[in-house]
Design a protein around this ligand. Structure first.
Ligand code: ADP
Length: 579
């Protein structure tokens, strides 16, 4: 019952804990998601903002190119110098312009380059093509860029981006490219802005194609670009991997801590598609759990543990309180039952004793001839009645002792006595019974005096009981030995027989009140089952102990140890003998 109640308390506590834990986890999860989304948005808008900035450059560069017919490479570089690109925008590798030419325009174009001081200007790669877009001017800041004369239109990725820029009329980002003159080249991308001839319509795609002058472009180192954006974002708890679907999903950028964060327990990793200036990219953001404070992250787990400990504590407390109450209640009940039994025992034995004693007196008077002469048969019958009455009185007396012992009303009258002599006396009393059963009774150590302090009446009772049992539970022709000897401060009394013995499992029970153990002789002999109980109680009242060694069919040895001197700890137990 108490276990069920404790389990119910535990279950209720556990449910509340789990509910609270789930709510906390959800709220941590929501916070984590919000922090992650905030970071993702901040990086994405950082990328857009930076590209927007480059678009602004390009519009100026494109304007310069469009209005200036005799522009030179030197002027181009000077125009861009104030921006201090390499210092302010380290991810920009070059800002240039590619002239859009039909094959027929090429000779005049080359002549013009030569006229402007570049006689060796060539278009690479060489070869006949309907359209050429050679890099005409280029301000270069890193080593990772397309050289003058390089025809980007021959590269399918640049080509596609340039076409898209004219078709849409918008600034267009290219897929991942490798700069034409860099060894080794790093992944980079182009932002192309179409430049049209002045004063020509450029509303429709056809108009734009026909008025196309070329492309102003900015060439950007992908890794440097992303690192700058991420650094600006100032969070080391978010990392990014970019794949370019236009080149078969190539990874074009991966933050140095991406793999680390991705592998973290509790990391949030999501992939989404984003379009930057007409170019789609697959972006995977990995957010570390550290996006939210450790204290907050640990809250659910801490709440769970605290809750569990509290549940166990309260369930245990409830279990303890109920068990304790039940135990106290059971003890109280036991005590009540015991008291009732003791009262009954005491009452019964007292009430039985008086009539039994009266019967004894009258039978005794009859036997002594107070009521006239008796026939032989009458004498035999009265003798039987007398013996039975004696046994009845013995049992009543034993019950009275038990009642007194349990009520704590036995008082020892201790005096110095010769225990060897007492033992010899007891053995002597049993000689007739022993002879009748053709047993032998040997005494050892009784010839020397052995003085101890004890109550003669009760000590005799215990010895009497042991010898009586030995005689009762030993078959005819068996042998009994009674011996006594002195050890350091105690006296050892042993009563040994070679009788029926006692099963070792039952040995401890034989000292219990009203316990009789069945054996092959127990049905033939009288017994109340209190003899050994009284013996042990009395021996212990003397400060001694009693033990048994026995095995079925091999006989028993009872050993009593008694202190030579009584330790007077409790005066009520050791009152001086009054005769
Ligand atoms: P009882 O009145 O039955 O003899 P006791 O308390 O004196 O009661 O003994 C308890 C039980 O112990 C007995 O019923 C008996 O089975 C067993 N017992 C006691 N003494 C001996 C012995 N010497 N040999 C075998 N069994 C014994």
């Amino acid at each position: 019952m108490h276990t069920i109640v404790a389990l119910i308390v535990f279950a209720i506590g556990l449910s509340a804990t789990l509910y609270y834990w789930r709510n906390l986890r959800q709220s941590v999860d929501t916070d984590m998601h919000a922090a992650y989304v905030h970071q993702v948005q901040s990086i994405t808008s950082g990328m857009n903002a930076r590209m927007q900035l480059y678009q602004n450059f390009l519009r100026g560069s494109a304007g310069l190119f469009a209005i200036h017919n005799n522009l030179t490479q030197d002027e181009w570089e000077k125009y861009h110098a104030p921006y201090d690109i390499s210092h302010n925008y380290p991810d920009i590798e070059g800002i240039g312009v590619g002239r859009y030419l039909s094959a027929a325009d090429v000779p005049a174009y080359l002549q013009r380059r030569a006229d402007q001081g570049s006689p060796n200007f060539t278009i690479v790669p060489q070869g006949d093509r309907p359209v050429y877009v050679p890099v005409t001017f280029s301000a270069q800041y890193g080593g990772n860029n397309d050289p003058l004369g390089y025809d980007g239109y021959t590269d399918s990725i640049r080509h596609a981006a340039m076409d898209q820029a004219v078709n849409t009329g918008q600034l267009t980002m290219s897929g991942q490219i490798m700069a034409a003159n860099a060894r080794p080249a790093r992944p980079s991308f182009m932002l192309y802005l179409p430049v049209y001839k002045n004063d020509q319509p450029s509303t429709t795609a056809a108009e734009r194609w026909s008025s196309l002058l070329g492309f102003a472009y900015v060439e950007v180192d992908t890794a440097a670009f992303e690192n700058t954006v991420l650094n600006d974002n100032q969070s080391s708890y978010i990392s990014l991997r970019i794949e370019d679907p236009s080149t078969g999903g190539h990874v074009v950028y991966e933050s140095s801590n991406f793999a680390h964060i991705q592998a973290m327990r509790g990391a949030r990793v999501q992939t989404s598609n984003a379009t930057f200036y007409g170019h789609g990219l697959r972006m995977t953001f990995a957010g570390s759990p550290e996006l939210i404070a450790l204290r907050e992250r640990q809250l659910p787990e801490q709440a769970l543990w605290r809750g569990l400990v509290t549940c166990v504590f309260f369930a245990g407390l409830v279990w303890y309180l109920i068990t304790d109450r039940e135990r106290k209640y059971a003890r109280q009940k036991r005590e009540e039952v015991q008291t009732a039994k003791d009262d009954l025992l005491s009452l019964a034995s007292h009430q039985l004793r008086t009539p039994a004693t009266v019967v004894k007196q009258y039978v005794g008077m009859l036997l002594q001839g107070y009521a006239g002469k008796l026939s032989g048969q009458q004498i035999d019958m009265l003798n039987n009645a007398y013996e039975s009455n004696e046994r009845q009185l013995d049992i009543i007396n034993e019950l009275l002792y038990v009642a007194r012992l349990d009520a704590g009303r036995i008082t020892l009258h201790v005096r110095k006595l010769d225990v060897a002599e007492l033992l010899e006396d007891v053995a002597h009393d049993y000689l007739p019974a022993v002879q009748e059963r053709r047993q032998t009774l040997t005494t050892k150590g009784t010839s020397r005096q052995l003085q101890i302090e004890a109550d003669p009446h009760y000590l005799r009772m215990t010895l009497d009981n042991l010898v009586s049992n030995a005689v009762k539970y030993t078959p005819e022709d068996g042998s009994i030995t009674v011996e006594i000897h002195r050890a350091l401060n105690e006296v050892l009394i042993r009563v040994r027989d070679n009788g029926v013995g006692i099963d070792p499992v039952l040995q401890e029970n034989i000292f219990e009140k009203f316990t009789r153990v069945e054996n092959e002789l127990s049905t033939d002999v009288n017994g109340s089952g209190v003899g050994l109980y009284l013996t042990r109680q009395i021996v212990e009242l003397h400060g001694g102990s009693i033990t048994v060694k026995s095995s079925s069919g091999k006989g028993s040895t009872f050993t009593i140890r008694l202190p030579v001197h009584q330790v007077k700890t409790d005066p009520s137990l050791l009152e001086p003998h009054q005769s």
